[in-house]
Design a protein around this ligand. Structure first.
Ligand SMILES: NC(=O)c1ccc[n+]([C@@H]2O[C@H](COP(=O)([O-])OP(=O)(O)OC[C@H]3O[C@@H](n4cnc5c(N)ncnc54)[C@H](O)[C@@H]3O)[C@@H](O)[C@H]2O)c1
Length: 296
């Protein structure tokens, strides 16, 4: 039997392209970021030796950023108010922040003020300290850890989501004011659920009231993987990064391109989330694992 080699080659290429596409679509980050990971610059080649200021580096994503940057030989600034320290900063990571676990109807306005103060105004004020020095030098990276709820909606996080939407809007506009500075990168990072202390530290209905339920983290992305993708994005000057496992990543695409469908699914899952919350269970239990009670 004659073998049609050109058909075999074309078929092989088609299978390869198809599997790569599947990997992209079902991967754990948006296409631009996955492309950068596969074909772009490595963090080692672009970020080694940089002076990096990370806010909120004591736990979770910030702590892991500190480890991975220092493994690259970066010099870390853990706090900076002195003018000469600000002048040295090559990369600012606005990472510090807190989330929320409460229904709007039960939540004090103080909680909304605190969320905006920390997640939005805090971010702007640190950025305002650093940007003039980067503009004088003509280069630098300002990256801000937003969230997928910076552009989608979900119950129990009205104030948190609003603060992250504000962050996204702010940086989208700031980027357009810096077109004369092509070597200054403004990057917003939108993670889905990532293992950290974020739910434990969340705001609730009242300012000082702690979260009473434990949070199941088994369905979340590892902190190491999330931070690795952040570094890849920074090394390749990616402006907006979506970093999330499935099905969260799929939700991001739905919200961006098919919002009517996104509303449909969000309402179904959101209803369950509110029911869990009202029953005193981990809000996300029932999607990924057996329901957890208050004390497990
Ligand atoms: N973990 C996730 O699932 C997730 C998802 C999307 C976005 N994020 C964002 O990632 C960032 C880091 O959160 P994380 O998940 O590592 O949580 P985390 O609670 O482990 O870490 C938060 C960090 O912010 C600091 N911080 C909190 N309040 C502060 C304050 N008033 N002043 C200064 N620093 C303060 C904490 O000390 C800590 O270092 C946050 O901006 C959060 O909104 C996290």
């Amino acid at each position: 039997m004659d073998v049609c080699w050109s058909c075999v080659i074309v078929l092989g290429i088609a299978v390869y392209v198809f599997t790569q596409l599947l990997r992209f679509v079902f991967g754990d980050a948006d296409l631009t970021l996955l492309w950068a990971e596969k074909f772009g610059s490595t963090p080692e080649s672009k970020l080694r030796g940089k002076v990096v200021w990370i806010t909120g580096a004591s736990s979770g994503i910030g702590e892991e950023l500190a480890y991975q940057f220092s493994a690259l030989g970066a010099r870390l600034v853990l706090s900076a108010r002195r003018e000469n320290e600000l002048e040295r900063i090559d990369v600012l990571i606005n990472n510090g922040g807190r989330t929320q676990r409460s229904l709007f109807i039960d939540t004090d306005v103080d909680v909304y003020e605190a969320l905006m103060e920390l997640n939005y105004l805090g971010t702007i004020s640190v950025t305002k300290q650093v940007l003039p020095h980067m503009m004088r030098r003509g280069s630098g990276i300002i990256a801000t850890v937003s969230s997928v709820v910076g552009f989608v909606g979900a119950p129990l996080a009205t104030g948190y989501s609003a603060s992250k939407h504000a962050v996204q809007g702010f940086f989208k506009c700031l980027r357009t004011e810096l077109t004369d500075y092509p070597n200054i990168t403004i990057s917003t990072i939108c993670p889905g659920p990532v293992i950290s202390s974020i739910v434990h530290n969340a705001f609730t209905e009242q300012l000082e009231k702690p979260v009473s339920t434990s949070s199941d983290q088994t369905h979340k992305m590892s902190t190491e993987r999330c931070v690795h993708l952040i570094l890849v994005g920074l090394a390749n000057h990616v402006k907006e990064m979506w970093i999330a496992q499935q099905p969260f990543l799929l939700f991001c695409y739905l919200w961006q391109y098919v919002p009517t469908l996104a509303w449909y699914f969000t309402n179904i899952l959101g209803k369950k989330r509110v029911q869990n919350f009202k029953a005193g269970l981990d809000a996300d239990s029932g999607y990924f694992s057996k329901p957890k009670n208050k004390n497990t």
